[in-house]
Design a protein around this ligand. Sequence first.
Ligand SMILES: Nc1ncnc2c1ncn2[C@@H]1O[C@H](COP(=O)(O)OP(=O)(O)OP(=O)(O)O)[C@@H](O)[C@H]1O
Length: 543
Amino acid sequence: MHVLRLVSTGTTSGFRHLLVVTCLAGLANAALLGMINQAAERAALASPFDGEALLIYICLFGFFFLADRASLREANQLVQHRLEALRLRVVGKLRRVDLRTLENLGQGEIFATVAQEINHLSQSLPLLVSAAQSLFLLAFCLLYIATLSLIAFLVVTGFTALGLALFWLRRRKLDHELMRVHGQEAEMLDTLAHFTKGFQEIRLNGDKNDALFRRFTQVVDDLQNRVVGVGGKWVVLLQFGNAFLYALVGAVIFILPLFFQGYTDVIYKITAAAIFCVGPVTAITAAAPLYTKADMGLGHVARLEQRLNLKRGPMPVVTKSRFAGFSTIACRDLGFSYRDEAGETTFTSGPLDLTLTRGETVFVVGGNGSGKSTAMKLLCGLYTPDTGTIEVDGTVIGDSERQDYRELFAAVFADFHLFDRLYGLDDIDPDRVQALITRMELTDKVSFVQGRFSTTILSTGQRKRLAMIVALLQDRDIYLFDEWAADQDAHFRELFYTVLLPELKQRGKTVLAVTHDDRFWHCCDRRLSMDLGVLTAETGGTA
Ligand SMILES: Nc1ncnc2c1ncn2[C@@H]1O[C@H](COP(=O)(O)OP(=O)(O)OP(=O)(O)O)[C@@H](O)[C@H]1O
């Protein structure tokens, strides 16, 4: 049903057009078969050559050829168009979800669904149009049989419907297997990602490399076994379809004549028509695996969409945050928990009670795993709090305010991503960018040309400096830095604490910086200590 929904939703004119040309192609095909039948009958009766019939045959063939081509082209166009819309819709939802939803989904699942499944669909769906044509052809063949003998029509239709229904029921049993194939494909993609993301580690350690490869081999083996198993079940199903067809033709030829008087007059015509049914029914059954896979693929996309629908915020605002120029942000009893798949809490951040004032520089310190990064993501609205509130100048941040609130922040997280372009800063003055590149001493490494950085392949410290440039260009009210200085040399560490942070303060920016650099702990207005997800102490600084 997902396939039908995909092609029939959206603008209906494309679907109607496809339906008309496919129907015409099927009609022309049926007419051709009818003519062949008649010609065979005439030849059997040794009738003279019929030039007019030949001309009609050629015209019909020409018509069929054009309609068939139009139908395949239309189907391809329609399907690609709908798939593009689907891809955009899913990614459109993806970019609006809660960070936690995205973390729970996992990259393998997203890639297996959005990239792999939709790519499969883009290749397999247009091929299904031949099966759709066969459906029309089958309907016309049956109608033709009806004009010859009503009883034969009922028998053939009954047989065909029974065969297709049995086929369909048995096919549905494969759905569960196909679901597991999808899950294993996602697992395979996740394991594959370890080879690229962990390449350095596996090249340094042969045992690790071998063990990962063994794991990958096992995952691929399991996947292959399941795919082979599913393929075997398809073969049995297709054989069942073929056997059923020959049983049908046998019944028409051998059994029906025994019961009906006069039937034998038209027996060869009905037999020929029943044999014509073999082609379309075979085409339909052969397309069934393709259809099933396509329907499953669209089912996965639909399920992914459902999960994305659950925690979707409003569209990102492109204008300035309505909270820009805030005076205070107050967090009261703010709490958030990570939960595993079973719903068990694995770590709780908070309850946090904290007030941030415009223009202050606040350091957050604490041991590894004490919850500093989690608290940052909670504070800037990336995680939706389970309990408590965030208030900006007395306005409580609810779901409808959250995106506007997020727009107050520019951040360089510990797990930051560096984009090659300054997305969202289209009108930026290139000289400003170049000036910051010079300031961050990256001129011999990176340049800003035609709206993009010449490279992002840099050392970790250099990448963080480039990320800092991007954050500074964003010119937001609040800056979050999660251990920015950790990867910098002594010179840039000094520059960060004693020049960049004071400059931001001077410009009225609020800074929240996670740091382990106790040598610079005095360079702040306040220092918050964290342990086990809660604030344990607050100390004054000298900034
Ligand atoms: N995405 C996540 N999903 C589930 N649990 C997480 C996630 N990120 C962090 N945690 C858990 O939350 C706890 C706090 O992690 P967090 O990264 O906030 O600590 P941190 O104080 O920033 O540590 P560090 O100083 O090592 O960076 C850890 O126990 C970690 O296992």
